[in-house]
Design a protein around this ligand. Structure first.
Ligand code: GLN
Length: 377
C-alpha cells in the first residue's frame, strides 16, 4: 500500500522536462544557468589530486564544520560547536527530511505554512506525522500568528519556517521571530528552519536566522545549502545546525541514511569559505539580477509581487488570462517558450491565486530573451 497515495511527481521534474521537450527557456526549477566559481572547482580538484577520495567522517569534515562555525559566529553572533552541532548533508532537502525522520512520530502534528516547498508535506506523511497547514496571507505572504496559536494542540511537535521563502521571496521580520520565540517557550515546540537562501536577501534587509535567537535555536534544526548560494545545485551539498542534544539523535538517523557526504567537495568548500567575500558578495549579486529582471519585465502584462529574498520572482497574470496557473504555465512553456512554476503546486488543495514563479538565477542574456518572449503575451 502506498505511503503517499496522493503524491505525484514533483513539479520541478515536470516543468523542467516540459521545458526541455519544448526547448523553452527554463525559469521554472530553481538553479542557475551559469557555472560555479573556477576557484572553487580548482579547490575540489586539488583535494581529489591529493587523494582525498575515501569516506569523510560521518558528521562531515572537521575543517568544513569549523569554517561554517566561523561564518555563523561572524554573521549571526552565535557560537556553535562544530564538533557536536553541525552535520554536513547531501543537500538541504535531505537535511530537512532527516530532521523530520528523527523527531516525528506517528500522529505528531507539524505546522507547515503554504505555499510550502513541495517536499515538506510528503516528508511528514511518510513518517506518519500529520501536516497542519496554514496559508500565508495573500499577496504579502506573511504569517498570521493568531491562526498559528489556534492550530496548536497537545500533539503539535514541530513548526517549519522558511526564510527567505520559496516560492514567494518573502522574509521573516523581527516581529515574526518574537512570536516564534514566544510559541517555542510556551509549547516547547521543535523548529525546523529552512534557510537555504540565507545570503539572498535584498534592499539592505538582514537575514533573520534562527541562529540569532538562542531561545529559539535551543529547539531548532537550521538547514543550509551550498548549492543554492555557490551556484552548484548539482553537487547536492548542504548542512544542518542544531544544539548537541538534538543533533545527537539526528546523527543516529543520518548515519544510516547516507553515512557521510562526498569528501573532495567538503575540502573544496572548507577552503572556499575561508574568504568571506565569497558569501558577502551574494546579496548584491542576486539583487542586481532581480532588479534587472523586473526592469526587463516592466512593459509586460505580468504584475510582479514583492521579492525580498531567494532567487524567485512571483508574477500575477490576471491581466493576461483567467485560466488556472497550471494550465497557464504549460501554455507559457509550449506557446511562448518560457517555463515557470505554477504556485498552486505548493498548496495541498491547489489554491490558485493566478501566480507563477520565475527563477532569476540566470545570465543576463537568458533573462533578456525570456522577458522578450514574456512581453509578447
Ligand atoms: N529548490 C528548487 C526549487 O525550488 C528545486 C529543487 C528540486 O528540484 N527538488 O526550484
Amino acid at each position: 500500500m502506498s505511503k503517499l497515495p496522493h503524491t505525484g511527481t514533483t513539479i520541478f521534474s515536470v516543468m523542467s522536462a516540459l521545458a526541455a521537450e519544448h526547448k523553452a527557456i527554463n525559469l521554472s526549477q530553481g538553479f542557475p544557468d551559469y557555472d560555479c566559481s573556477d576557484e572553487l572547482k580548482e579547490m575540489v580538484n586539488q583535494a581529489m589530486q591529493q587523494g582525498h577520495n575515501q569516506y569523510a567522517p560521518m558528521p562531515g569534515l572537521m575543517q568544513l564544520r569549523t569554517a561554517i562555525a566561523a561564518k555563523i559566529r561572524s554573521l549571526y553572533q552565535q557560537t556553535i560547536n562544530p564538533d557536536t552541532d553541525i552535520t554536513i548533508t547531501p543537500g538541504g532537502t535531505y537535511a530537512i527530511y532527516t530532521a523530520i525522520a528523527t523527531y516525528i512520530h506517528p500522529g505528531d502534528e507539524v505546522i507547515i505554512f503554504e505555499p510550502a516547498y513541495d517536499s515538506y508535506i510528503p516528508n511528514v506523511l511518510v513518517n506518519g506525522g500529520k501536516p497542519v497547514l496554514i496559508s500565508l496571507s495573500f499577496p504579502e505572504y506573511r504569517i498570521d500568528w493568531q491562526e498559528v496559536r489556534r492550530k496548536i494542540t497537545p500533539r503539535t511537535r514541530m513548526i517549519m519556517v522558511n526564510t527567505p521563502h520559496n516560492p514567494t521571496g518573502s522574509i521573516l521580520r523581527e516581529e515574526d521571530m518574537a512570536e516564534l520565540e514566544k510559541l517555542v517557550a510556551e509549547h516547547n515546540l521543535l523548529v525546523l528552519s529552512d534557510e537555504v537562501y540565507e545570503h539572498l536577501v535584498f534592499d539592505g534587509a538582514r537575514h533573520l536566522s534562527v541562529l540569532r535567537y538562542p531561545a529559539i535555536y535551543k529547539n531548532s534544526f537550521v538547514v543550509f545549502s551550498f548549492g543554492k548560494v555557490f551556484h552548484n545545485t548539482g553537487w547536492k551539498m548542504g548542512y544542518c545546525v542544531a544544539p548537541e542534544h538534538l543533533m545527537k539523535e539526528y546523527r543516529k538517523v543520518h548515519q544510516y541514511l547516507c553515512f557521510s557526504v562526498n569528501t573532495p567537495m567538503q575540502y573544496g568548500l572548507a577552503e572556499f569559505l575561508e574568504t568571506p567575500a565569497h558569501y558577502l558578495e551574494l546579496p548584491a549579486f542576486y539583487q542586481q539580477k532581480r532588479d534587472y529582471f523586473l526592469e526587463l519585465m516592466s512593459g509586460s502584462r505580468f504584475t510582479p509581487l514583492a521579492s525580498q529574498g531567494s532567487y524567485f520572482q512571483l508574477m500575477r497574470y490576471d491581466q493576461i488570462s483567467s485560466e488556472g496557473d497550471k494550465e497557464f504555465a504549460v501554455r507559457l512553456t509550449k506557446e511562448f517558450g518560457v517555463a515557470a512554476i505554477p504556485v498552486s503546486a505548493f498548496y495541498h488543495d491547489g489554491k490558485d491565486d493566478h501566480v507563477v514563479r520565475f527563477c532569476f538565477a540566470k545570465k543576463e542574456t537568458t533573462l533578456e530573451q525570456a522577458a522578450a518572449r514574456l512581453k509578447k503575451i
